[in-house]
Design a protein around this ligand. Structure first.
Ligand code: 13P
Length: 335
C-alpha cells in the first residue's frame, strides 16, 4: 500500500515535463535574500512573499510540487486559507524541508553534516497529517584543499539514507539532495569526479538502508566549474558532463532527477537543462527536471522588493521562469 503511494507520488512529481518549486528557504536564508533588497526581515513579510508565490495563478501548468519550510506550511492567506490548501486546490503537491541545516562535522575541519534525524519520525507524522506528500533533505559537500574527505561524504550519505527510510515508512517521497557546492576555483572535471563519488556513496547508503528507489527522487547539482574557475565551459559541455555523470551513477529505477540551481543565473540554469534534453533525450532512463529555488524565484523577488504594488509583476516573472523551465524539460526552450 505505502509502496504504491510512494511510487505514484514520485511519478506525479516528475510527470508531464513539470518541475518543483523549492520555496523552502529557512528563516535565516529567506532573511538573507530579503536583506539584499532591503526588505524588512519579519515573519509578516515572509508570509506576504510566500502568499505572492502560492497565489500565482497558472503556476500549476509548469510546477508539479512545492517544497515548503516549517514556518510556511503553517501560514495562511489573509482570509485564513492555509497556503497548503491553496497549493493542493491548484493541483500542486506540497512537500516539506525536513533537515535542520548543515553543521560542522566533528573531526573534519571544513566539512559539514546535516542535522535533523532525532525526533524526525514524530515530525513526519505531523507533516503528513497536514497534507505533505514528499520531503527534502539537503546535504552539503564542499570542494576545497583535500576536501571532501571519504568520512565527510559517508556521514552525509548515511544521514540522507536514514532520512529517506523514515520518510518512506510513512509514505512521504524523499527527495535526496547531496549538493556539491559551486564555490571555489575547481575545474568542471574536478566537480565531475567529486559528484560521481558522492552519488556512488549516496546510492550505496540508500541501498544498505533498504530505500525503495522507485519511491524517491534525486536532487543533484549540475556538473559545473567552480564560480571562480578561470575556464567556464559552454552550456553544451556542462550538459554532456552532467548527463554522463548521472548515467554512470543513478540507477534507472529512480523515477526522476530534479536539479537544484545552486547559484547559477536563472537563464543559465534553464539553458543547461534545455541542452540536456535537446541532445540526450533518448538516452535518459529517468525524468530529468528542475527543483530550483533561486533560479525560479530570484527574478520575482527582485521585482517585488516587499512592495504590494509590484506583486502582479513579480508573479508574472515567476510564472515566466517556470514556463521556460518546463520548455527546457522538453528541449524546446528559446530565450
Ligand atoms: P537553489 O535552486 O537556489 O539552489 O535551491 C534549491 C534548494 O532546494 C537548495 O536546497
Amino acid at each position: 500500500m505505502i509502496q504504491d503511494e510512494l511510487i505514484a507520488t514520485a511519478k506525479a512529481l516528475v510527470a508531464d515535463h513539470k518541475g518543483l518549486l523549492a520555496m523552502d528557504e529557512s528563516t535565516g536564508t529567506c532573511n538573507k535574500r530579503f536583506a539584499e533588497f532591503d526588505i524588512p526581515q519579519t515573519e509578516e513579510m515572509r508570509r506576504k512573499y510566500r502568499e505572492l508565490i502560492v497565489t500565482t495563478s497558472g503556476l500549476n501548468q509548469s510546477i508539479s510540487g512545492a517544497i515548503l519550510f516549517d514556518e510556511t506550511i503553517r501560514q495562511q492567506q489573509l482570509d485564513g486559507t492555509p497556503f497548503i490548501k491553496i497549493l493542493i486546490d491548484a493541483g500542486i503537491i506540497p512537500g516539506i524541508k525536513l533537515d535542520l541545516g548543515a553543521k560542522p562535522l566533528a573531526g573534519f575541519p571544513g566539512e559539514k553534516v546535516t542535522e535533523g534525524l532525532d525526533g524526525l519520525r514524530k515530525r513526519l507524522v505531523e507533516y503528513k497529517e497536514m497534507g505533505a506528500r514528499f520531503a527534502k533533505w539537503r546535504a552539503v559537500i564542499n570542494i576545497g584543499d583535500g576536501l571532501p574527505t571519504a568520512g565527510g561524504i559517508l556521514a552525509n550519505a548515511h544521514a540522507l539514507a536514514r532520512y529517506a527510510g523514515l520518510c518512506q515508512e510513512v509514505g512521504l517521497v524523499p527527495i535526496v539532495e547531496p549538493e556539491v557546492l559551486m564555490d571555489g576555483d575547481h575545474s568542471l572535471q574536478h566537480c565531475l569526479t567529486v559528484t560521481s563519488e558522492v552519488l556512488h556513496i549516496v546510492f550505496e547508503a540508500l541501498y544498505s538502508q533498504r530505500i525503495l528507489l522507485d519511491g524517491m527522487l534525486l536532487k543533484p547539482n549540475m556538473i559545473l566549474p567552480g564560480l571562480e574557475a578561470k575556464v567556464q565551459e559552454s552550456v553544451d559541455e556542462v550538459a554532456e558532463a552532467t548527463v554522463k555523470c548521472l548515467l554512470n551513477n543513478v540507477p534507472a529505477t529512480v523515477p526522476g532527477i530534479a536539479f537544484l540551481s545552486g547559484g547559477q543565473s536563472a537563464e543559465l540554469a534553464t539553458e543547461r537543462l534545455n541542452a540536456m534534453h535537446k541532445k540526450y533525450k533518448a538516452d535518459l532512463p529517468w525524468a530529468l527536471t528542475f527543483s530550483y529555488g533561486r533560479a525560479l524565484q530570484q527574478p520575482a523577488l527582485e521585482i517585488w522588493r516587499g512592495d504590494d504594488a509590484n506583486k502582479e509583476a513579480a508573479q508574472q516573472a515567476l510564472i515566466h521562469r517556470a514556463k521556460l523551465n518546463r520548455a527546457a524539460c522538453m528541449g524546446i526552450y528559446t530565450s
